[in-house]
Design a protein around this ligand. Structure first.
Ligand code: AMP
Length: 400
């Protein structure tokens, strides 16, 4: 069975085509600058040469038509006919309180996704455009929506409510939703499989540390708390996002710097985090390279590490213990320096890592804790697209 996974942004999209028999990726690619005369389509068939097309692509439907043309192209294609695609899985950022699992798309589901536009104005409209574009191009193929927030719908109310007037929750659904759910779920399942233990018996703290970053407490397979909130701005310090700040800073800085709401929003989302503190950049590799000679880079690294460590401690407290600590995503999978800096301060939890294994590069899941460590510390490469493909298969099968 072939499953097409689509991640649609407002002017770009990314795709992967999976053969679910062995869960292999047979082609992947992206379209950038949708809406422009010089849009760029990059198509990467796994066993053939990559191809790049620069052409006018004015909307998502055209972009998807062109992608499907490449998928069946005699030279660059990987399938004979688009009818081989049996289902399409869509990454949808926000599922609000409506979706606690992935779902087959129908009119009601689309209306509910529209109902969450207020909560994710940059992402959800583009995600819905992607769904409707596929409906146009492949009218008889089932679409499945997989939500970044769904995994966190198990959080108890004392974790997801903000201490604001209750009416705001009732009127506007202001609460913690959490994100990166597909990734947290995937790495926790992988960890349990690797340790050969039932997920239902484990207390896991999952650290998804990429350009965006979040920590989740997963107790017996269920998310019980997570660091991102109503939006992906809360929690950890990130590449360009501030993470937690005193909310009173916002009116203060608006007054002192004469900023509009849009400007302050942009400051918190695009000019803060590693970039804002270091003045160097948002990429952890640049921070690490400059850390010894540039005190701002060193401070950015120390703040970044310290915040992750605080959340790990908080979530160990939330679960009354911790069995497994997971590092995943771009920084979590690759930065041995960050993992070392964090775990060196977790000895009170019984965490002990093997420096040699931690310093070894690998694309495989691996244990970096010593046999004596009371907590299993794992580096688990995330794979959100595969998780979307698996969910799509599960939902399509169960709806037959
Ligand atoms: P992601 O959002 O998961 O794609 O992660 C992107 C982040 O991973 C970027 O900020 C990169 O700097 C970071 N990253 C990738 N490779 C490394 C590395 N070798 N060391 C530190 N950070 C890395």
């Amino acid at each position: 069975m072939k499953i097409f996974v689509l991640n649609c942004g407002s002017s770009s999209l990314k795709y992967q085509l999976f053969d679910m028999q062995d869960e292999s990726v047979i082609a992947s690619g992206k379209v950038e600058r949708i809406g422009m005369e010089d849009a760029i389509l990059t198509h990467e068939p796994t066993d053939k040469e990559e191809v790049k097309l620069v052409t006018e692509i004015l909307d998502h439907t055209t972009a998807i038509e062109k992608v499907f043309d490449f998928l069946v192209d005699p030279k660059h294609g990987v399938i004979k006919n688009v009818t081989e695609i049996e289902a399409v899985g869509h990454r949808v950022v926000h599922g609000g309180e409506v979706f606690s699992d992935s779902v087959k798309v129908d009119g009601q589901v689309k209306a509910a996704i529209k109902g969450t536009f207020d909560l994710a104005p940059l992402h959800n409209p583009a995600n819905l455009v992607g769904i409707e574009a596929v409906e146009t191009v492949l009218p008889n193929v089932p679409n499945v929506a997989v939500f970044d927030t769904a995994f966190h719908q198990t959080m108890p109310q004392n974790a997801f409510m903000y201490a604001l007037p209750r009416i705001l929750y009732k009127k506007h659904k202001i609460r913690r939703y959490g994100f990166h759910g597909t990734s947290h779920k995937y790495v926790c399942m992988k960890a349990a499989e690797f340790l050969n233990k039932p997920l239902e018996q484990l207390k896991i703290v999952s650290c998804h540390i990429g350009n965006g970053a979040s920590v989740t407490a997963v107790n017996k397979g269920q998310s019980i708390d997570t660091s991102m909130g109503m939006t992906p701005l809360e929690g950890l310090m990130m590449g360009t996002r501030s993470g937690d700040i005193d909310p009173a800073i916002i009116p203060f800085v608006m007054d002192k710097e004469d900023l509009t709401l849009n400007e302050v929003n942009s400051m918190l989302n695009k000019h803060s985090g590693l970039l804002g503190v270091s003045g160097i950049g948002s990429d952890m590799r640049d921070i690490e390279e400059n850390m010894e000679t540039n005190e701002n880079a060193k401070l950015a690294f120390d703040m970044y590490e310290y915040r992750i460590r605080k959340y790990i401690g908080a979530y160990a407290a939330a679960m009354d213990g911790i069995d497994v600590l997971i590092f995943t995503a771009g920084v979590g999978e690759n930065s041995n320096l960050l993992r070392k800096a964090i775990t060196d301060h977790l000895s009170y939890l019984g965490v002990e890592i093997d420096d040699e294994i931690n310093n070894t590069r690998s694309k495989q899941i691996r244990r970096i804790s010593t046999p004596e460590s009371k907590v299993e510390v794992l580096v688990v490469p995330t794979n959100e697209e595969l998780m979307i493909a698996r969910d799509t298969l599960r939902i399509v099968k169960s709806s037959k």
